[in-house]
Design a binder for this molecule. Sequence first.
Ligand code: PLP
Length: 462
Amino acid sequence: MPPEEFRRFAHEAVDWIAEYLSHPERYPVLPKMAPGDLADALPSSGPEQGEPMERLLDDFRRQIVPAITHWNHPGFMAYFANTAPGPGIIAELLSASLNANAMLWKTSPAATELEQVVLDWLRDWMGLPAGLFGIIYDTASTSSMHAIAAAREMADPEARTLGASRGLTLYCSEEAHSSIEKGAIAIGIGQRHVRKIPVDAEFRMRPEALSAAVERDLAAGLRPFCVVATVGTTSTTSIDPVPAIADIAARHGLWLHVDAAYAGSAAIVPECRHILNGAERADSLVVNPHKWFFTPFDLSAFYTRRPDILRRAFSLVPEYLRTAEDSRAVNYMDYGVPLGRRFRALKLWFVMRYFGRERLAETIRSQIAWARELAEAVDADPHFERAAPAPLSVVCFRYRGTDEENRRLLETVNASGEFFLSHTVLNGKFTLHLAIGNMGTTREHVMRAWEVVRGAAGRVVL
Ligand code: PLP
């Protein structure tokens, strides 16, 4: 593409982005379409001859945008809402332009060194101890899989050579994210060796049940090797008692991994720092800036105090990847499955520097306050009930009716195009899950969502 053509269409694209981001709520948050609609409208094979950029951008606007679920929409309150702010988008554009591959220090010194620096900043803001080794993976699922692999390496170093070992057993709560079990599947631990420890009334792992499960497995000749504590569970943002879990891990020599994918970033707010109590004793921890740290998808930050073990689990260096700096530089390819690695650190650097810790903390603090306000409104309404405590920015609640009524209520709200909420099941009951996390969401959006839910309840049930 000649530079002049690039300049013209890049400007046009940036103009479109600026307009889009100033009013994402012009679009319905969920597209009105059925599976296959877009695929059926696109040609079944790629073009033999190149097409003009005008047509590509036009098709992007006409065909792709209407088929997008708008994560930038302030009414996106499903799962864990997230944000792609301007500085993060600009960094992604620059990173794509450099097309740097951060596999070796030599293949992009800035990408490697910036990754080290920004992960140290983030660790520091979260109040975690100095000296933790940080690495960026794509997602928390990948981060946790690497934690499980490192845990296996610690418990059974021969597994790397001889293949999966039998009897290694992993523990997490029944509220842990499915990525933990998937990680155990991928590493060859086997689903039969994943113990889902019961939770208390507030959906937190019960340490005495963990202790009993470990004892039972030891007596049966199994080999407990890893426990995963969750700080901010997917359904209810509950916080497992990490200090008590760390005691049990220490007693039995288990690798302790903390999954703080969503909630970890709240630790940058001084009054929330306690959510990571005990995490300083973890062998590894994951937090996702692409969840509640206003960084465009994807970027998962993984920390470990045992980088030597992680490296032992994965390092395999073919001749063509050897460099003269190997003894002095970090080559991130040694610490995981991927060889090629995107230059993700740039967007985290831009986001942290553009906003600064105080503004990011203030945004998280406000979102927690609005969630609390919503929780109180739910509590005050006799037609609704809260299904779990709301310690952070998620509120789980249900209409005091049947599961079917709640399902229809959710469908009605989501069909409005104004809000997108998701669901979970708590104590066997279908429950609405409303997550505040987009930087564009205001208190008014949250209160309006509650109004829409109440209005929909009237229509669905009466
Ligand atoms: N861990 C927790 C607690 C989560 O809530 C989620 C997703 O919501 C994940 C892990 C997986 O995140 P990712 O999509 O980055 O793999």
